[in-house]
Design a protein around this ligand. Structure first.
Ligand code: TYD
Length: 203
C-alpha cells in the first residue's frame, strides 16, 4: 500500500505550521496514520542542519542550497519514504518547492539546477498535492515578529521574489498545486485546506 504525500508551502509567516498541525489532527480523527513533519529539521541530522542554516554564520548561496538538499535527502530516505510505504498520509511543512523559490530564484542559483539537485537528493519523490498558503509579504513579515533568523532577515525584495515564484509555479501546474488565500483567520484557512485535501482522501 502506498500513502499520500502532501506538502505545504508559503512565505515566512504564512501560517503553515499551524495549518499542518490542524490538518494532521483532522485526518487522525478519521482514523488515518498521519506523519506531520517539516524541512529543514524533520530528523536529528536535520535539526543540526537547521541550526547551521538559520542561526549559524553567514554562508554562500550554494552552501545554503546544498545544506537544504542534505536535510531533504536524509528526511525523505528515513522518514517520508518509510511512512508512505506503510500507507500513511505524510504532511510536510515545506519541501523542494521551497528550495526552488528561495535558493533557485530569490538567491538566483537557477531554478532548474536547484530543482534537479533536490530531485537527485530524493530519487525524484514528488508530492500528490501542494498547498500554497499565500499572503502578501507585508502580512507575513508582520506575523513573524521577534528576532529574525538568517532567511527571515533577507529583506522585502527577497521575500517578494519568493512569493512571486510560488504563484508562478502554482499557475504552471494547477494539477498539483492549490493556492489558498491565507490572509484570513486560522479557522477560515483551515476550512479551505480541508476542502483542498478532501478529493485526495475521499472524505
Ligand atoms: P520554516 O521552519 O518553515 O520557517 P517559517 O515557519 O518561518 O516559514 O523554514 C525555515 C526557513 O528556511 C524559511 O525561511 C524558508 C527557508 N527554506 C529555504 O530557504 N529553502 C528550503 O529548501 C527550505 C525547506 C526552507
Amino acid at each position: 500500500m502506498t500513502g499520500l504525500f502532501i506538502t505545504v508551502e508559503g512565505g515566512d509567516g504564512s501560517g503553515k505550521t499551524t495549518q499542518v498541525n490542524m490538518l494532521a489532527e483532522y485526518l487522525r480523527a478519521s482514523g488515518r496514520e498521519v506523519v506531520a513533519t517539516r524541512e529543514p529539521g524533520g530528523t536529528g541530522l536535520g535539526r543540526e542542519i537547521r541550526k547551521l542554516i538559520l542561526h549559524g554564520e553567514d554562508m554562500c548561496p550554494k552552501a545554503e542550497a546544498l545544506l537544504y538538499a542534505a536535510d531533504r535527502a536524509h528526511h525523505i530516505a528515513t522518514v517520508v519514504r518509510p511512512a508512505l510505504a506503510r500507507g500513511a498520509v505524510v504532511l510536510a511543512d515545506r519541501y523542494l518547492d521551497s528550495s526552488v523559490a528561495y535558493q533557485g530564484v530569490a538567491r538566483d542559483l537557477g531554478l532548474k539546477e536547484v530543482r534537479d539537485l533536490s530531485l537527485w537528493a530524493t530519487d525524484g519523490l514528488m508530492p500528490s498535492l501542494t498547498l500554497l498558503l499565500d499572503v502578501p509579504v507585508s502580512v507575513g513579515a508582520g506575523r513573524v515578529g521577534g528576532t529574525q533568523d538568517r532567511i527571515e532577515a533577507a529583506g522585502t525584495a527577497f521575500h517578494q521574489a519568493v512569493r512571486d515564484e510560488y504563484l508562478k509555479l502554482a499557475n504552471e501546474d494547477p494539477q498539483r498545486w492549490c493556492v489558498i488565500d491565507a490572509k484570513g483567520s486560522v479557522d477560515d484557512v483551515a476550512v479551505q485546506v480541508r476542502a483542498a485535501v478532501r478529493p485526495f482522501l475521499e472524505l
